[in-house]
Design a protein around this ligand. Structure first.
Ligand code: ATP
Ligand code: MG
Ligand code: MG
Length: 548
């Protein structure tokens, strides 16, 4: 592999290891189990796990499950499956909720140090005293409660004496700070809600800022990597660690992945699922890891994409076509070439009387091991693509037309002698003759034709449903448009071809198989397939059809 320069996080890690600041690198991937993981998470996964693969140490999987209302075990399981599928293994499976006791005692410690207080102001009153970025805030009337009173109230909060929102616990920092997050942030709130792991044990839950850094610290995370929205949280992250005198994890921020024609927040993806605008979290049009998997992406192609986009300190927007490029490049080397006719029309070879002939097809000329060959049955009646015939040929048309010759891939040259139309004027049959001396690999006919088309033998073909996918949104930046992002859904994002014909060899396809349908793109079997009906997804077209 080519030499690559270090990204800025790798530079920090190398410096910290070389200087002896840390002996062992420890990172974590901290998803909130409130949805399925998406391609943006893949970037964070590749970064965190990639660092410890490269520099040693280990990476934890920590579910950031401090918000009882949105979190579910279904999401925990899918997130684990997706990380494994990407090819990564975590050292410890951990849950922020496992630290609820410890976090609670951290809060008590802050109260005892005079660094936290219970506030009973309403949300409006708190907002009114918060100030603005240019004006300092003002102290809450409850800011100077005694330690004893704070401890008593906080214990009552924990014991369920109060309703949701009646009291909160705040850190006592600085109401005049230029960083709004340092103006006595809320660290615990009352929420009488069942948690997916702790059940009804707790009715107070820590806020993100009070849970995340302390969880990092409990796990001795050396480099806590997050996205740029958290830059302003870093001061608070450091403040809690300093005041609690615990392991000094450090937070570093990188630019999140933004992709054209895509929304990525779990909240928005959940809307698409709940409103049945897609078939589920793993709909092949979704930017989720499970959607990409079902679409036919390989783990390698997703890792390659994450490698190519790199790690930056500034926000940017990546073209969806780069992701498609990565899967195309991978499949070009690995996918067997097969024949499938998506929009079929019958071709009859009037002078072919040999019954069934078994032809030999090359599986993949690009494969490193040569790819091998397979048997393809050929017979008198074939299916070809409707678009490969023109009744009145255009200029430079090298495919079938009355009187024209074309090569059938892996087989013979045929000449169109005649065609049949139905009462509506649609062509229903094409009649050809074949040149017996023109067999592929053994052509002594001396005839040169410019066009080669694919086909399947009608008698041997299997039927299949083919699903073609396009971008899910018509806008390049659906998040930035006026109004609702769902107004920019692409009504043509899914096209179903119910009646395609495929080579019989494809009956053996499994969910891991990847194919190039010759001239048509890369395809994989969908899990909706049954014994009677195979369903294939188009992963990506052969060429970049991205319109600018
Ligand atoms: P979302 O709402 O889109 O799921 P999130 O940050 O709330 O984003 P988390 O489950 O908290 O989702 O994210 C887990 C980790 O993945 C975090 O460290 C976060 O920074 C990272 N992450 C999330 N979205 C992206 C993205 N688009 N690009 C890179 N990293 C991301
Ligand atoms: Mg988050
Ligand atoms: Mg979130």
């Amino acid at each position: 592999s080519e030499e690559k320069s270090l990204n800025f996080i790798e530079e920090i890690v190398e410096n910290d290891l070389n200087s002896g600041k840390y002996e062992t690198l420890v990172t974590r991937f901290p998803p909130e189990p409130n949805g399925y993981l998406h391609i943006g998470h893949a970037k964070a996964i590749c970064l965190n796990f990639g660092l410890t693969q490269k520099y040693g140490g280990y990476t934890n999987l920590r579910f950031d499950d401090t918000n009882p209302v949105t979190e579910k075990t279904e999401y925990v399981n899918s997130q684990q499956e997706d990380i494994r599928w990407l090819g990564f293994n975590w050292k410890n499976e951990l849950y922020a909720s496992d630290y609820f006791d410890e976090l609670y005692s951290f809060a008590v410690k802050l109260i005892e140090k005079g660094l936290a207080y219970v506030d009973e102001s309403s949300a409006e009153e708190i907002a009114a005293l918060k100030g603005t970025p240019t004006e300092p805030g003002q102290d809450s009337p409850y800011r100077n409660r005694s330690v004893e009173e704070n401890l008593e109230l906080f214990t009552k909060m924990k014991n369920g004496a109060f309703a949701d929102g009646a009291y909160i616990l705040r850190a006592k920092i600085d109401m005049a700070s230029t960083n709004m997050l340092m103006r006595d942030p809320i660290i615990y709130r009352i929420k009488h809600a069942e948690h997916h792991r702790t059940g009804n044990k707790w009715c107070i839950y820590p806020m993100y800022d009070f849970a995340h850094g302390q969880s990092d610290s409990i796990e001795n995370i050396t480099h806590s990597i997050c996205t740029l929205e958290y830059v302003s949280h870093r001061e608070l992250y450091d403040w809690f660690i300093e005041k609690l005198e615990i392991f000094p994890s450090k937070q570093y921020e990188f630019a999140r992945l933004n992709l054209t024609s895509t929304v990525m927040s779990k909240r928005k993806l959940l809307q698409l699922v709940n409103e049945n605008l897609v078939s589920g979290w793993d709909d092949p049009r979704m930017p989720t890891i499970s959607g990409l998997r079902r679409r036919g992406f390989t783990p390698k192609s997703v890792r390659e994409f994450c490698e190519r986009i790199g790690i930056a300190k500034r926000e940017n927007l990546i073209e969806l076509s780069l992701l498609e490029f990565c899967i195309r490049e991978d499949l070009n080397k690995t996918a067997n070439r097969v024949m499938a006719v998506l929009d079929p029309i019958k071709l009859i070879i009037t002078n072919y009387e040999k019954g069934t002939e078994n032809l030999i097809g090359e599986n993949n000329p690009e494969a490193e091991d040569g790819g091998g060959t397979r048997v393809i049955p050929f017979s008198k009646e074939l299916w070809i693509e409707r678009e490969d015939f023109m009744e009145v040929p255009a200029k430079k048309w090298f495919r079938l037309a009355p009187g024209a010759m074309v090569r059938l891939k892996f087989a013979y040259i045929v000449k169109c002698e005649d065609f049949v139309k139905d009462e509506n004027g649609n062509v229903t049959e094409i009649h050809c003759t074949y040149i017996p001396e023109s067999k592929s690999g053994n052509d002594t006919s001396g005839i040169n034709v410019k066009g080669t088309i694919h086909w399947v033998s009608a008698q041997h073909a299997k039927t299949a449903e083919i699903r073609l996918y396009d971008r899910l949104f018509t806008s390049e930046t659906p998040d930035a448009e006026e109004g609702d992002f769902k107004d920019y859904l692409n009504p043509q994002s899914l096209t179903v071809l119910p009646n395609a014909y495929i080579e019989p060899a494809l009956a053996d396809a499994d969910l891991e198989s990847r194919y190039q349908f010759i001239r048509k793109g890369y395809y994989c079997l969908d899990r909706d397939s049954t014994a009677d009906k195979l369903v294939f997804n188009r992963t990506v077209t052969l060429k970049d059809t991205f319109k600018k």
